[in-house]
Each structure stands twice: as C-alpha cells, then as structure tokens.
Design a protein around this ligand. Structure first.
Ligand code: ADE
Length: 239
C-alpha cells in the first residue's frame, strides 16, 4: 500500500477533497493510506507552542526545529521521501510525481507562517517542493495537489484511459483540444478532420495542435521539447 503521512497544524484539511472522486474510492479500497499528524501534538508547554519569532527579527513566525523533529521522529524510521511544501522549493514536475507514485509513499511537511527553521530542513533531509510561482497561505493545499497527482497514477486507480495522457505529457507537449457531441455548439462545429474517420489525419492534426498550444502558451516547454526532439518536429505547421 502507498502510504502518505502529512505533518500539519490543520490535520482536519485531510483527506478533504481527496475523500471524494477516484482518490477517495482508492483510499476506501486500501490502494493508499493517509495519516494526518497534528504538529501541535508535539508542541511545547501548556499552549503547545509550535512556532517562535524569527532570529534576526522581521515579521511572522517560524516553525520550531525541535517540535518538528519530534513529530518526524515519532514515526518509525522508513525510507519514504520527506517533502516540505514551500514556495521556494524545486518546482514539482510530472516526472517527480511519477517517481513518487512508484515508491512506498511520502511524508509531507506542510509549512505555515514565515517558514520552518532551516536546521530542521537540513537535519531531517527535507526536499523542498513548490507547486507553482505563487504563494499559498500554507502547504496543505499544495500537499493535497501532490497527493492527487500521485494517487491517480497508482495501479488500478484510473484505468487504462489515462496512460495515453501520461505519455503525452511525458512527451513534453500540452494536450490537444477535445470535442464531443453535439456536432454544432452555438454555431461552432467540431473540426472536420475529427469526424473524417481518417485516423492518420486525426493523429497528425492532434500532434500539430499540441505543438501549437505548447509554443503559444509554454515557450519554456517548447524550448525543452525542441532541444530533445530531432529537427523535423521543429517546423511550425501553418494555420
Ligand atoms: N506553500 C505556500 N505556497 C506554496 C507553493 N506555491 N508551493 C508549495 N507550497 C507552498
């Protein structure tokens, strides 16, 4: 079973939306397990304090190294990667998600306040991970995103229809546009090629659309794609 342990001061945020839909079904089926751990249970004193003011001054509070160390060390030693959700982390990729999904699970520390004492990050080997260049009020929603991305890849969770999608993203291109009935919606028809029955033409159209969208929306992905793909793929289809 793929095991997720989440260290947070808001354990009630879990499983949250992951209790519904396919992830929820898989959770009930025992495909994965979820253990939210309340960091406050390891807090100090009558107020169960988990944070303190930043050394050197400045706004906000910092999660204490000693408290978080106790919360982490209370689990039996295990080989799962330990992530710390943080806007200054390494950006999460589908490649990293696939790696996590293949393993035994994850331990995720959800940051809050101004951050976590740097010495704890080093001492417990936390891997700082970001889900994008914007700032959330804490790591919990980011952790839910990581779990959702991993759980959908676990064997049996989504069925065969996703494998194509995965390969396509692994290709380094964005997904091509999709359509379904009605044939005409508010005057907009489904592109002729998709109802032509010519599978080779459909495949070519989808590929060109995927390349166009990637070029227009994600120049960063497009540059990386060009760098690893032999030259014939680089020509820009006319529109
Ligand atoms: N915590 C706050 N913002 C975050 C982000 N963008 N990614 C991961 N964790 C975060």
């Amino acid at each position: 079973m793929w095991r997720a342990t989440i260290l947070t001061i808001f354990p009630d945020m879990f499983p949250g939306p992951l209790g519904l839909s396919l992830a929820g079904k898989a959770l009930k089926a025992g495909t994965w397990s979820l253990e939210p751990v309340d960091i406050r249970d390891f807090g100090i004193g009558a107020h169960r304090t988990v944070d303190d003011t930043p050394a050197g001054g400045g706004p906000g509070m910092v999660i204490k190294a000693d408290v978080l160390a106790q919360a982490i060390d209370a689990r039996a030693a295990d080989p799962r990667p330990r992530l710390l959700m943080s806007p200054r982390g390494v950006p999460l990729t589908q490649h990293r998600v696939a790696g996590l999904a293949k393993g035994d699970g994850v331990v995720i520390v959800c940051g809050r306040f101004e951050g976590v004492d740097e010495r704890l990050i080093a001492a417990r080997g936390l891997e700082e991970v970001s889900i994008g260049d914007y700032v959330l009020s804490g790591g919990e929603i980011a952790a839910l995103a990581v779990l959702d991305a991993c759980v959908r890849l676990l064997p049996g969770v989504m069925g065969a229809e996703t494998s194509g999608t995965e390969e396509s993203f692994a290709d380094g291109l964005l997904e091509y546009p999709q359509y379904t009935r009605p044939q005409v919606f508010e005057g907009r028809p489904i592109p002729d090629v998709l109802v032509s029955g010519d599978h080779a033409k459909v495949a070519r159209w989808r590929r060109e659309e995927a390349e166009r969208l990637t070029r227009e929306r994600r120049p960063d992905l497009w540059a990386a794609f060009g760098a690893k793909t032999p030259s014939p793929k680089k020509n820009h289809p006319k529109r």
